[in-house]
Write a protein that binds this ligand. Sequence first.
Ligand code: GSH
Length: 216
Amino acid sequence: MLKLVIGTKNYSSWSLRPWLLMAHHQLDFEEALESLAEPNLSSRLKKHSPSARVPVLIDKELHIWDSLAICEYISEQYLNNLGWPSDTKKRAHARSLVCEMHAGFTDLRNNLPMNCRAKRRVTIDHATQQDIDRVQEMWSYCYANYGGPYLMGNFSIVDCFYAPVAMRFITYQVPLTDTSRQFINALLNNPAMKQWLDAAYADDEVVPEDESGVAI
Ligand SMILES: N[C@@H](CCC(=O)N[C@@H](CS)C(=O)NCC(=O)O)C(=O)O
């Protein structure tokens, strides 16, 4: 059976990406949870992957240790390519959106860590605000061109990559455009997303460096 190694659900934004793709499509997989708070994180994670990072997908002898590589593999091998739009140009746009998130938005990620169960106040600096604005501009473009409720119209890997950002916007009460609100509501109504959030709300471990700002 497929095995997905993930980190603490409240915090592990990278783990949420492939987990959401697999759970949304109701794939049969075993979930192996590694605490991000307990000691010896690196040596525990090295048992699954040389990168000592989660997520890791294990499919028999194959170990895949990057969230985008996992989503690509799942889409090809188990979803008949349903992870991406079928239209070539739309797919190219979808991949651009995903790669922009995968390779960028460092300020947003560092200053607003995913912390699903919390409501916190942070001071948002200029660089982080620029990231927030770019994300919302992107979501508006998607809704204007593809109609919603998900970013490419139907659910895709793009939604899996922006779901952690959506959760951050809730935690830190980022002012939202109407489109952003609609997209976030679509995610919050997604049964797989609800399942992840229920588990995240029940997590009680604390990773101090991911507790940014002050509780409200
Ligand atoms: N490029 C990787 C990054 C994964 C990553 O940074 N994961 C974090 C958890 S969300 C991690 O494993 N951190 C462990 C550590 O920093 O020791 C991916 O896309 O999967």
